[in-house]
Each structure stands twice: as C-alpha cells, then as structure tokens.
Design a protein around this ligand. Structure first.
Ligand code: NAP
Length: 209
C-alpha cells in the first residue's frame, strides 16, 4: 500500500483542522479591510445607484469559520450583526464578543438576534447578570494585563468544538492576538482609493489605534 499520496494537497485542504489538532486551539484568521493610505479605515460605501463591489469574498471567508470574533470596541463603534449573509447553505458561525466588563453588549443588540448563536466572553469578576435575559451564552475568563486572556479565550472556544475562527478585529484586539502568537493567517482587503490618514490596522499598548 502506498502512503503519503497527495499529502501536501491533503494538508492544504485541512489546514484549519490540522492546526487545531496540533496546537489544541482553533486556527485563527485575522481579517481586516483598509484603504491604501488610511490604515484600517473602511472604504466609504458607494453612493446609491452606483455599482457596489461584490460582498462574496468576505462572506465566503466568514462562512468558512466556526466562529467570528470581535472586540468590545468594534461593537461600541457600530451595532454589528456578524451573521453570514448571501452564502447559500452556509452554516452560521458562532458570534463571539470579547467584552471584559460586560458593558458593550446590551439586551436587544443586533449581535443577539436569532440569525446565529452568540457567545459573550467576560471577566470572571464581571457583573454580567443582565446578559442572562439575552439568550446568549456567557463564558467567564481570566483577565490579562489588558482585557481578557487570549489563550483562555481560544481554549474555551476549542472546548466548545470551534476549530477555526475569523478574527474581525478591531485593531486593539487584533494586536492582542498577534502579541499572543495566536494569528495563523492574515487576510487583508485593500481598496484602491486614497482617503488620507486613518487609524492603524493593528494596535498595540505602545501604539494605540
Ligand atoms: N478595518 C477593519 O477591518 C475593522 C475591523 C473591525 C473594527 N474596525 C474599527 O475599529 C474600531 C474599533 O477599534 P478598537 O481597537 O477600539 O476595538 P476592538 O479591537 O474591537 O476592541 C478593543 C477592546 O477589546 C477589549 N479586549 C478584551 N480583551 C482584550 C485583550 N486581551 N487585548 C485588547 N483588548 C481586549 C478591550 O475592551 P474591554 O476590556 O472593555 O472589553 C478593548 O478596548 C471601530 O471604529 C471599528 O469600526 C475596523
């Protein structure tokens, strides 16, 4: 019997699962959108009636993940939905909000609708009683120097069967994942427009957004 046939191709097709087995945590893809000259600023939506870029590439990446993660700062900036739209037959990823003190997700938030399950990660000592009525799952994790312990978050997701995650940001949480050595691949969408200065795509404590 021959062994190792198409080994490289088989590995390439199972990168996320193999990484999760090898590391005991989900495979992490950090995704961001930016303009050429504006850090992490998203391109301005086109005017009504003009041609829109296809959402397919981002939706496909989204639908391939078992979970999608955002930081509390992203949710405070704008109400997010985070469910997959426009991909026929897609399995909805678990929506995960990293909300240390349980202050960003309020009852009635878009991320709590019934389009997909939601998990809110809070600190072990956070006052999160108000989240009980939302129907979301809540996981309590140790604090880190800033926010929550990233490795504990990934371990909690792995224990729930999550093998791949799409890290949607924002820049501060993405910086924490990179600092923790917990980003396996980066997918950047660069729009070929110039919008001037904007926040950095990745932030660190030394270089905040
Ligand atoms: N261009 C893009 O692709 C993209 C993507 C997403 C967001 N954004 C933009 O980014 C902006 C928000 O950025 P942001 O950096 O303020 O928000 P963020 O990265 O979504 O959230 C940062 C917050 O996450 C919490 N957190 C929990 N654990 C953490 C840890 N270990 N390390 C660091 N933070 C941790 C902290 O708040 P608590 O401790 O209070 O929970 C922290 O302030 C918005 O304007 C949004 O539109 C852009």
């Amino acid at each position: 019997m021959e062994q190792g046939l198409l080994e490289d191709e088989a590995r390439a097709g199972n990168t996320a699962w193999l990484t999760s087995v090898r590391l005991g945590r989900p495979y992490v893809r950090w995704k961001y959108a930016a303009t050429l000259a504006a850090g992490s600023r998203r391109p301005t939506p086109p005017a009504a009636g003009s041609a829109r870029p296809s959402p397919a590439p981002t939706s496909k990446v989204h639908a391939e993940a078992d979970a999608v993660i955002v930081g509390s700062g992203t949710l405070r900036a704008a109400p997010k939905h985070l469910a997959v739209r426009g991909v026929a037959g897609a399995t909805q990823p678990l929506r995960v909000v990293v909300d240390t003190d349980a202050t960003a997700v309020k009852p009635g938030a878009r991320v709590l609708d019934d389009a997909a399950p939601t998990l809110i990660a809070v600190a072990e000592d956070a006052g999160a009683a108000h989240l009980a009525e939302t129907g979301a799952d809540v996981v309590r994790l140790p604090r880190a120097a800033t926010g929550l312990d990233i490795h504990a978050l990934l371990a909690a997701l792995h224990a729930r069967g999550v093998r791949s995650v799409l890290l949607e940001g924002g820049p501060t949480l993405a910086g924490a994942f990179v600092a923790a050595g917990a980003v396996d691949t980066v997918t950047g969408y660069l729009a070929p427009v110039l919008l001037g200065a904007g926040p950095a795509a990745l932030a660190t404590p030394e270089s905040p957004p």
